[in-house]
Design a protein around this ligand. Structure first.
Ligand code: XIL
Length: 298
C-alpha cells in the first residue's frame, strides 16, 4: 500500500493516531489524518475529568465528535481511558474507600454504556503498576480501595459493552522487566480465573533506544491468550528515530496477535512531547524518514 492505513489493512491490522478533537478544524491535520490512519483514540476527551467533570453529570461532547469523525472516515476507535490515577476530576480526587470504589465502577458502567458498540478496544485501566524493580501496583487512591479494583473495573466494562475488547495499558512495559512481568502475572491470573481481559496495550513512549526483547515481550503476552497493541507510540529524536519506529512496526507485524499500532499524535507539533519531534510527520504535515521506515515495515 501507499499509506499507513492501506498497508496495515492489507496485513489485517489497523494504524491509528491519537487525536485532539480541537484540531479537527485544521485542514492540514485532517488531510493527513484521513489519508493515513484507520483508527483513532482521543488524546484527552474520554478521560475521567473530561467525561464526568461533576459527579454523576457526564459530558460526551468531545468523545462523540471523534466517534462521528471515525464513522464518517472508516476508522475504528480505541477508548482511552476508563480508570487512571491521573486526570481525575477533583471531586474524585477527594473521595476514598467505598465512596470512591462505587464512583469508579459507576463511571466505568456509564461511559462504556454511552459508547457501547462504537469502541473497538477500551483501555479499561491505565498505568496501574509502579515503576522500578518491585513489579507491584502503583499507589493511588484507586489502589487504596483494594487490590481487586482492576478486576472489578474489567467486569463492569464487560457487562456494559460486551462487544468491546478490554485492555490493560501501561508504559515502561516495552521490554521484559520487573514492571512488565508484574502486568504479565496479573493477566495470567485474570485469564486463569475468568476475569474478562482481551488485550494489553504497550504505550511505547520511547527515548533514543528500544529494548532488545521488545518483540519477545509482546509475544509472551500474546501467548497468554490476549491480543497486544502498540497504543501510544512516539520516539525521541537523537537516536535513530526512523530505525526505532521500524523496529516497533516489524515487531508488531511478527506477532500474529499484535492487532495494531497507534502513534500518539499526527505531526511533531501536535505531540505532548514538544521539542522531541517524536512523530511521523513534521509540523507542516510532511512525511519524515520515520514515516517511510514504518511504511516499509508494514
Ligand atoms: C497525555 C496527553 O497527550 C496530554 O495532552 C495531556 O496533557 C496529558 O496526557 N500516557 C497516557 C496518555 O496514557 O493519556 C497521556 O496523554 C500520555 C501518557
Amino acid at each position: 500500500g501507499t499509506t499507513l492505513r492501506a498497508s496495515a489493512a492489507e496485513k489485517g491490522r489497523y494504524f491509528g493516531a491519537a487525536v485532539a478533537t480541537g484540531k479537527l478544524s485544521d485542514n492540514t491535520y485532517v488531510t493527513v489524518l484521513n489519508r493515513e490512519f484507520n483508527s483513532v483514540v482521543p488524546e484527552n476527551e474520554m478521560k475521567w475529568d473530561a467525561t464526568e467533570p461533576q459527579q454523576g453529570r457526564f459530558n460526551y461532547t468531545g468523545g462523540d465528535r471523534l466517534v462521528s469523525h471515525a464513522r464518517a472516515n472508516g476508522m475504528s476507535v480505541r477508548g482511552h481511558t476508563l480508570l487512571w490515577h491521573a486526570q481525575q476530576p477533583s471531586w474524585a480526587q477527594g473521595l476514598s474507600g467505598t465512596a470512591l470504589r462505587n464512583a469508579a465502577i459507576n463511571h466505568v458502567t456509564q461511559v462504556a454504556t454511552h459508547f457501547k458498540g462504537q469502541i473497538y478496544a477500551w483501555d479499561v485501566v491505565n498505568e496501574a503498576f509502579a515503576d522500578g524493580g518491585g513489579g507491584g501496583r502503583r499507589d493511588s487512591n484507586l489502589q487504596r480501595t483494594g487490590n481487586d479494583w482492576i478486576e472489578a473495573a474489567f467486569r463492569a466494562a464487560r457487562a456494559a459493552d460486551p462487544g468491546a475488547k478490554l485492555c490493560y495499558n501501561d508504559y515502561n512495559t516495552d521490554g521484559i522487566n520487573a514492571k512488565s512481568t508484574g502486568v504479565y502475572n496479573m493477566v495470567r491470573d485474570f485469564k486463569s480465573r475468568g476475569v474478562p481481559i482481551d488485550c494489553v496495550g504497550f504505550q511505547s513512549h520511547l527515548g533514543t533506544t528500544i529494548p532488545g526483547d521488545y518483540q519477545a515481550n509482546l509475544q509472551r503476552f500474546a501467548d497468554l491468550g490476549v491480543d497486544v497493541q502498540i497504543t501510544e507510540l512516539d520516539v525521541m529524536t537523537g537516536g535513530n528515530q526512523a530505525n526505532i519506529f521500524g523496529t516497533v512496526t516489524r515487531s508488531c507485524m511478527a506477532v500474529s496477535r499484535c492487532t495494531g499500532i497507534t502513534v500518539w499524535g499526527v505531526r511533531d507539533c501536535d505531540s505532548w512531547r514538544g521539542s522531541d519531534n517524536a512523530l511521523l510527520f513534521d509540523c507542516a504535515g510532511n512525511k519524515k524518514a520515520a514515516y517511510t521506515s514504518v511504511l516499509n515495515a508494514l
